[in-house]
Design a protein around this ligand. Sequence first.
Ligand SMILES: Nc1nc2c(ncn2[C@@H]2O[C@H](COP(=O)(O)OP(=O)(O)OP(=O)(O)O)[C@@H](O)[C@H]2O)c(=O)[nH]1
Ligand SMILES: [Mg+2]
Ligand SMILES: [Zn+2]
Ligand SMILES: [Zn+2]
Length: 397
Amino acid sequence: MSFFFHDKKILCPFCFNVVYLNQTPFRCVSHAKLCAPVPDQVLIDIWNDNRPTGQVIFRKDAKFNINSTVCPKCNQITTNRLCPYCHSSLPYAIGDFNNYIFSLVGAKESGKSHYLSTLIKTLKEGVSENLNFNFSASNDETVKRYNDDFFKPIFREKQTIAPTASVLAQKNQPLVYNLLLNGKTIFGGEKIKKGASLVFFDTAGEDLNDSNIMATLNKYIYLSDGIIFLIDPLQITDVRNKLLAKHVDPSILPNQNTPTIDVIEKITNLIQRGRLLRSTSKISIPIAVAFTKFDALSPLIDNQFQITKKPKHLHGFDITDFNSINSEMIGLLKNWNCHDILNHITVRYKYYGFFGLSALGNSPILNKIVNAIKPHRVEDPILWLMHKNRLIKKVKR
Ligand SMILES: Nc1nc2c(ncn2[C@@H]2O[C@H](COP(=O)(O)OP(=O)(O)OP(=O)(O)O)[C@@H](O)[C@H]2O)c(=O)[nH]1
Ligand SMILES: [Mg+2]
Ligand SMILES: [Zn+2]
Ligand SMILES: [Zn+2]
């Protein structure tokens, strides 16, 4: 612990306010019989959460012992540190880790929620034996929200996830995970080399159509360390026509909504404003542009393409695989007449990568998931973002 630790500041991963660690309240974690739970007005106001919960304990002077406090009601010690602004529980190790915020954006129905659901499951199970990391939820709210809103519907109930509610109707807490990266010590032993909090924010596609709501959402996006921009290829007119020419069942084609280029332009403008960039400067947040629902495109994809193969990512981020995927995707975009998307990304962003993936591996039928869920390449964009943020190294084959 550094001498100056007492005035160490961090960014709350839930509300993005700057928090001084010596100024945080704590929450009593004693059993309800010992210390009666009470409603917390801040949780009600900010997160719409009116469940009674442990007492909030404010401290006057916390120069010493800044990692715990004693509840004046029940005299028990607690280490459950809260953000003073939004009263979310801060990850225990938050002062030791850097926060990396990854936001997930895309038009309505582009596949964000299904993607997040299968991505988290894949990361928890470990993407590769040799990619040595441990990925776990950083607080109980994340565990609960992931299970209720993302895991249960598709993996248990075999139903598609309902459209994400607008922030006006429901204030979504981001999902926060701890990522521990192992490495070798100079003596050859194993040790934890780096830690990061990964913050995932699932936006509602409809909110991107409203510039007023965008203003409240924008900090999640322009403060991001990486953006995953999802595009539904089934929205692209050329793709639809090519699929229909191959006699696919027209019922797998969703109704066409806001053109992708409009959505990406909104996001770009928002980042530009948020970061106070001149319109001539490129955005330096790495952006992973990922085409979802690739399972539905199989009639259009040559089975020799690298994108149809399983990724390996042995010992790091497989840059050889990435380069093939990136150029295959650029070729497909040209073939699908998506020069507008291609130009926009390559001109306005400094670091970009194109990806193709499938969260489910199959098309659901009337909101039912009838086939086994087989995610394909869901980890590629996030591993690329981790690599760009120097959390994992690249490997060549
Ligand atoms: N074929 C196929 N369809 C998918 C896949 N993932 C999602 N879908 C379909 O796309 C629809 C929309 O997906 P969501 O994940 O809810 O999209 P979203 O971007 O979260 O939408 P909003 O919350 O409204 O912004 C789903 O109901 C599915 O029918 C996939 O991997 N393959
Ligand atoms: Mg959604
Ligand atoms: Zn907060
Ligand atoms: Zn108590």
